[in-house]
Structures are given as structure tokens and as C-alpha cells.
Design a protein around this ligand. Sequence first.
Ligand SMILES: Cc1ncc(COP(=O)(O)O)c(C=O)c1O
Length: 372
Amino acid sequence: MDPVTKKREYRDDYDDKTLYIPGPTEVPDDVIEAMTESTFGHRMDRMTDLYTTIVEDTKEFLGTDNEVVILTGSGTAFWEATTLNLVDEHVLVPTCGAFSERYANVAERLGKDVDRLEYEWGEAVKPEDVREAIETADVQYDMVAGVMNESSTGVRNPIEEIGDVLTEYPDTYFAVDAVSSLGGDYVDIDAHGIDAIFASTQKAFAMPPGLAVCVVSDDAYDREVEKGDSSWYGGFRRTIDYYDRKGQTHSTPAIPIMLAYRKQMKRMLEEGHRARDERHREMTEYVHDWAAEHFAMFPEEGYESQTVACIENTRGIDVAATIEAVNERYDMAFSNGYGDLGEETFRIGHMGEHTVESVTELTDAIEDVAGL
Ligand SMILES: Cc1ncc(COP(=O)(O)O)c(C=O)c1O
């Protein structure tokens, strides 16, 4: 096979762009600076101080009594791990966009028997449909794999209500991809039968990419133990037992990113989960009002994401050209629609440390460039 990719030398002179894409998002300067400590060993006491600090602070921030696993890798690692740890055979994946579809693809690739509960892009998953799918299936699902925030369509699925339905089916575990919303959209993890919920650090946590966080219930841990086989790298038992015994990770982690995590999680704790949720809600309201004035929101009404606005291009602007001009003139980056939605929609990531003020700077820039 001829290689398509040619080397393009990385330079030292890129302009900084303010990120309004659906992740990575802006990372505060002190968090970037926290990564410059000299390297230390992953079996030193210092590592135990660092890892136990970030794990326990995360539990406190999220208000959960469940276990927290923080691994080097991205959220994708937990698509695999949840499937391997919880599923023997059958899994139900409600699909309503690119990322839920990919969760299904991962489970298929791992040899699981996947049933999809399919929705049009832009629609949200309905709890009663999940119940019906479980009731009418001729197999028993080991897991329902949900996506809380479909970053491709800007849909926020009602995972709390879906979790409430699933509490009636104790042998069906509930895994939730909250990659692009956790930390920016409040969820009471312990109250809705969620067995595993995971996120990537580069999204609403406003940290650099490179770590994935998963909150694991006791039931999910027990299920993996009873099941026998599991993921090695992301096994709940292996990661949690290692934490209990040593306060460390089973293999060498990305220590600089964990240093950044420590710094940013302190900021998140200071703000609080509820206050962070409120700030994201204010941004959402602002963007919705702006979209209503100039365009329209793409998602089904009432299910709009609190971290990624997917806006329907009702005016037929040249999305790609607008993105490029905003990038060049204002050093700001936002995104086109995902896949086939390329020119039909555009997406604004308003997550992490963004505020109504910072988002307004972007919408002003779009107005200027697109002549709104
Ligand atoms: C909803 C959702 N799930 C999963 C992923 C994959 O996350 P990562 O690239 O951190 O593995 C993304 C990335 O954008 C996402 O938005």
C-alpha cells in the first residue's frame, strides 16, 4: 500500500486559536504550567499522593460514592472496557448519531451481539423505547450502552430516566458515554442506576487530552468478577484493586497530564458541580437565543446539549468558508457539522471554562464574517 500521509514538519510558530470546537476545549494557563514539573517515578510515594488526590477529588466533585478510575488514554478506551467488562453476549445500543453508532461498532468488533435502537440524527433516545426494546427482545441484554451527549448532533439524551427504567432490569447493566458532557452538565450518578459513566479530560473538564475517567458502581465491579473475562487495561477489578492496594495505576500513567488534572480539578471543586452546571446552562440559553435569532437549533426541542450547540444552517451560509474566515481574522475555532451534516449544521463547543462572555466573542465574530 502506498502511504498517503507525508511528513509535515511541526513548527514552533503556530498562532494560538481559542477553541470553541466540541473538544478539546480551552485549558487555563496554570493548568498547562502544572505539567512542567520534573518527571518522577510512577511507583514513588509522590505518585500515590498525586493519584489518590485526583481520584478522591473527582469523587467529591461528582458527589459519588462509586469508584473512580482515571486511566491514560481517551474516552474511547472505555467503549472497549465497558463492553469487555460487562457483556457476555448481548448488548443494546440506542443510536442517534456518530458516537453512539461507534459505541455499537466497537461492541461488534469485540464480537458481541449488538442490537441497535435506531433514531434519526437529531432525535433523542426515549426511555420508554428502551423499555420496549428490552421487553420485546428474545435475548437478555447484558448491557445498554448509552451516550449522554451526542456530540455529532448536539443532543442530550435523558440518561437519568433511561437509568431509572434500567433499575427494573438488574441483570442489564447501564454504561454511559458522557465524554463530552460530564463536568459541564450535572448528573446525579448514584441516583439513577448508572453502572459505569465515562468522560475524556479534554472536554468539559477543560484539561489537556490524554486521560479518561470512569465512575464504576459496585454492581459493575461484581459483574466483572462474576463474569471472569474482562479488559486487561481497563478492567474494573484490576484498576480498582490496584488503587485499593497501592493508590496508584497498574501501569505507567501520563504523569504530566495527571498534574494538570490535579490543578484543574481543584478549580472545579471550588466552583462546584452545580455551579458549573448553571454556568453551562447560561451559555446554552445564550447560544439558543442567538441561534433562534439567526438560524435554528438542530436537535429535537427539549433535548439540546448543554456543552455542544448544533445549529441548523437555515440561511445557507457557506459554513466551511465562515469557519475559515473566523479562524483567520479572529483566531477562533468552531466546527462544521459532523459527517453528512457538514454544511447543514455547525457546532459550537461551549464547555469547560467558557462563559457567556467568551461565547459572545465567537458569535460576534460569526455575525461579522457571515454578515448577519
Ligand atoms: C460523545 C463522544 N464519545 C466518544 C468520543 C471519543 O472520545 P475520545 O476522542 O476522547 O476517545 C467523543 C469525541 O469527540 C465524543 O464526543
